[in-house]
Ligand binder design. Structure first.
Ligand code: TNX
Length: 545
């Protein structure tokens, strides 16, 4: 019944009655319910109480993080803790201290100490203070996540000493606004949920066959034409005959929207990784500018169904220049060190059939279509490297030879990632087996329509990003892991949250917490408390079985 209500609300049919979900704030009996699990937690007796007389102490760069903490606490507490300038802890205060002595915990590590008199957050870098603040938030009752004053609560924090730092530098979640557009407000909300779980990379899949979602000033038709499709397939792509809804779908982020998203994420120590797909998944772009395709006489429209579309960019100098112009604007908007150029599922039928492409392959002295794809990606690698950035692509970029500076996102299992790491390339693990959150998380018959698959919570939790085949040196090339939310069947933000949570909480522990300390049962115990926070935040997660 409960589950049906959640599903109904998610599908936009009815709203869930309030009060269905848990409201209380107790911490789980087995300990403090911090997700992801910190490296070391030493609970002590007693509590610190935050009142309107409590102050925040910070100086220099730490003030930015004190302001974030202030903003996080104020709505529910109903008072705004004043910030006083200083670098020394004091009784009755919460001090945020940047301390170069904590370098050993890395750029994201921190210490959090709570005793009956004071709270001290310490880190070598601002990111560490931010994560310490996230942990502090989780030590408070779940009501702290409310957006308006909560009466009748004493805001106490249990005494504890926490030392914490992440296992992996890349802790990512990917979203796909190309298949179903995700409004900016929902992206910002997703970023908030990411921050709560200490994720630090949001991968935005901005272009695909079904839609182009980023304004490019030099080529306005990319969004004028490419951001809108006439209609959308109803039901699963595997079910024929295909039926369509007859309703236009689309949307895009203006450059100012992108700036807002990037800044909002950066304030939460989250990098936004943009993806501009090439040479495949190109139909929306080719619909806008037919000269980019292999049959320039043909008038295409953004695709209205799902699957692998045959439309692929041609390999003319003008097309390479066009895409590099696009990347030039992307580089201005996204400070990300990595820029994603896709590279996946570029079927080569149109290249094989095109005399112009065949002539191009010969002219470039290449042996095959696979080598042309590799050449294509290398043009982007050289361009991005020349601009001080690094190229990342799906594991197909290995075919026909990997570009020298390229990093591989390994999705078709781990083989691509293993091959790349063995040849000294960096890797982000994103295998379908453990990180495809577009897959079902329970029996297909009782889950909302999804692409298929079976990826349950425990399987995500059991994921180990470092393959056994790699030696210690090679393993250093595994930057981390991320989950994918491909959105063919995820048509609205509530459904996105349903697919993301609680699996993202499990992945957060995979990429943050020490491998040896991960225990599924203990995680579930903490998760039951953690879900109370998500209840308050109105995150429409999938209920536990
Ligand atoms: C494969 S993963 C794709 C996407 C689809 C996804 C569906 C990848 C690099 N390409 O275009 O949306 O499968 O699971």
């Amino acid at each position: 019944m409960f589950r049906l209500l959640v599903l109904a609300a998610m599908m936009g049919a009815t709203m869930m009655p309030s009060g269905v979900q848990g409201q209380t704030g107790q911490v789980h009996a087995s300990g403090l319910a911090i997700v992801p699990l910190p490296v070391e937690v030493k609970p002590a007796a007693g509590r610190f109480t935050i009142t309107s007389a409590t102050t925040l102490i910070a100086t220099g760069e730490a003030v930015t993080e004190a302001r974030m903490l202030q903003e996080m606490l104020a709505p529910a507490m109903g008072f705004c803790l004043p910030i006083t300038d200083g670098a020394a802890p004091r009784d009755g205060a919460i001090a945020l201290i940047l301390d170069a002595g904590l370098k050993k915990l890395g750029d994201e590590g921190y210490m959090l100490e709570v005793n009956g008199q004071r709270v001290v957050l310490r880190a070598a870098k601002r990111a560490g203070l931010f994560y310490a603040s996230q942990t502090l938030r989780q030590l408070l009752p779940p009501a702290i996540f409310r957006r308006a004053r909560v009466d009748g609560i004493t805001w106490t924090v249990p005494c504890v000493a926490i030392t914490d730092h992440p296992r992996f530098a890349w802790r990512g979640l990917h979203v796909d606004p190309a298949r179903h557009f995700i409004p900016k407000s929902a992206v910002l909300r997703f970023i908030d949920a990411m921050a709560l779980h200490k994720f630090n990379n949001l991968h935005l899949h901005l272009t695909d066959d079904q839609g182009w979602r980023i304004e490019i000033k030099k080529y306005p038709k990319l969004t004028e034409i490419g951001a809108w499709r006439d209609e959308t397939l109803i039901g699963h792509a595997g079910k024929e005959p295909h039926r369509f809804d007859g309703r236009p779908h689309g949307g895009f982020y203006t450059q100012d929207d992108i700036r807002e998203i990037v800044r909002y994420a950066a304030d939460r120590h989250i990098n936004v990784l943009p993806e501009i797909e090439m040479p495949g998944h190109a139909r929306a772009a080719i619909s806008a500018y037919p000269e980019l395709g292999c049959n320039p006489g043909e008038r295409l429209k953004p695709w209205t169904r799902w699957g692998v579309c045959p439309d692929i960019f041609n390999a003319d100098d003008a097309t390479i220049a066009f895409l590099q112009d696009v990347l030039t604007e992307v580089l201005e908007l996204f400070p990300s060190k990595f820029i994603h150029v896709g590279g996946d599922e570029a079927i080569k039928d149109q290249w094989k059939a095109s005399p112009a492409i065949q002539a191009r392959i010969r002219e470039l002295g290449l042996a095959s279509e696979a080598e042309l794809q590799s050449w294509f990606i290398k043009q982007m690698d050289t361009f991005l490297t020349g601009h001080g950035r690094r190229l990342i692509g799906w594991d197909e970029i290995l075919e026909g030879g990997l570009a020298p500076g390229a990093t591989v996102m390994s999705w078709r299992g781990e083989a691509g990632g293993i091959a790349a790491a063995k040849t000294g390339h960096d890797v982000v693990m994103a295998p379908t087996t453990h990180t495809y959150f577009d897959y079902c998380q329970g029996p297909r018959e009782t889950e909302p329509l999804a692409i298929g698959g079976d990826l349950r919570l425990h399987k995500v939790y059991e994921y180990e990003p470092i393959p056994a085949e790699l030696d210690e040196q090679q393993a250093k090339h595994i930057l981390g892991a991320q989950a994918q939310h491909w959105s063919e069947y995820i048509s609205n933000p509530r459904h996105l949250e349903y697919m993301a949570f609680p699996r993202a909480a499990a992945l957060a522990e995979v990429v943050w917490s020490p491998k040896g300390q991960r225990q599924y049962d203990a995680f579930l115990a903490r998760l039951s408390s953690h879900l109370q926070r998500l209840d308050v935040l109105d995150v429409s997660y999938r209920p536990l079985d």
